[in-house]
Design a protein around this ligand. Structure first.
Ligand code: GDP
Ligand code: MG
Length: 162
């Protein structure tokens, strides 16, 4: 059975874009409008000859328990089912209250948790990402899921921890 990497985070931070980069295809649906509900979908991925499954967590139910509760639920689900979790945060926005709540949940995880600071499209944006150390999940791995910046290093780190 292949190890499972779960990608979690708020809507619109770039989870599906990152999943597409990991699988080398455009299968995960990228939405310009946040809040579209989708189920969790897993795709096989290969990096440096090693195979794993990557799970894209979907949207949230706007009329259910609210976004924060839904994302925290996704994180708890990932803590039970994944071998490694990547929390994606939008570095151009910084840590929101929801990001902090999810990070608090993930700090209890028994599996490795990596923090991805996405939308760091240029060197100039790296300063924003540095503030994400405050989430207490260690080093923010600076990436640009849409440009590919930092993606190889993040994949190396994932496989080192898998
Ligand atoms: P998800 O809701 O977390 O799955 O986010 P999506 O992958 O659907 O992306 C949401 C929006 O952010 C889309 O318009 C993407 O094109 C954009 N986006 C994703 N990654 C990046 C990035 O690295 N840089 C920038 N500038 N935009 C990004
Ligand atoms: Mg998505």
């Amino acid at each position: 059975k292949l190890p499972v990497v779960a990608i979690v985070g708020r809507p619109n931070v770039g989870k599906s874009t990152l999943v597409n980069r990991f699988i080398g295809r455009r299968e995960a649906v990228v939405e310009d409008v946040p809040g579209v509900t989708r189920d969790r979908v897993s795709y096989p991925a290969t990096w440096t000859g090693r195979q794993f499954m990557v799970t894209d967590t979907g949207g949230w139910e706007p009329d259910a328990k609210g976004m924060q509760a839904s994302i925290s639920l996704q994180a708890e689900q990932a803590m039970r089912s994944a071998d490694l979790i990547v929390l994606v945060v939008d570095a151009t926005v910084g840590a929101t209250a929801t990001d902090e709540a999810v990070a608090r949940t993930l700090r209890r995880a028994k599996v490795p948790v990596l923090l991805a600071a996405n939308k760091v499209d240029s060197e100039r944006a790296e300063a924003d990402a540095a503030t994400l150390w405050s989430l207490g999940l260690g080093e923010p791995h600076m990436i640009s899921a849409s440009h590919g910046r930092g993606a190889a290093d993040l994949l190396d780190t994932i496989l080192e921890n898998l």
